[in-house]
Design a protein around this ligand. Sequence first.
Ligand code: FES
Ligand code: FES
Length: 158
Amino acid sequence: MKLVLIRTTINGRRYDLEVRPNMTLLDLLRDELGLTGTKRGCEVGECGACTVLMNGQAVNSCLVLAPQIDCQEVLTVEGLADGEKLHSLQESFLDHDAVHCGFCTPGMLMSAKDLLDHTPDPSEHEVRTAISGNLCRCSGYQQIVDAIKDVEGEKRKT
Ligand code: FES
Ligand code: FES
């Protein structure tokens, strides 16, 4: 199969890559680049475990083909922290015990980041809508919603 050359930026780092035209972004991240923070769940756009940001918008990376990120910017959960300093969303998830097995957590974090970047003062309804495509089998969602709301609260204080 003929490979496709793409130039892309992932977590602030430039990459020149040759990819199969039918490779998904999820497979590229996990299998080729070792960015395994992005989780592989259903692979059909149902669970949200594979959520990343593409040009600042949450997408299911299992539904994006690798050639589609040519000249685009991708942010994965590995790009959230600033070195040793966790992102405020990650801190809030820890503070609220919003992480149980953790499988859904990277996708939840990325959906939440998209929400807060575009809607700094979301209602609980908006938070729940933003993560409605992210399934969690463990926590019952309330801690996750509270964690996202409290990040917003911290921002309001500053
Ligand atoms: S693995 Fe992509 S939505 Fe489930
Ligand atoms: S913490 Fe286990 S699936 Fe959400």
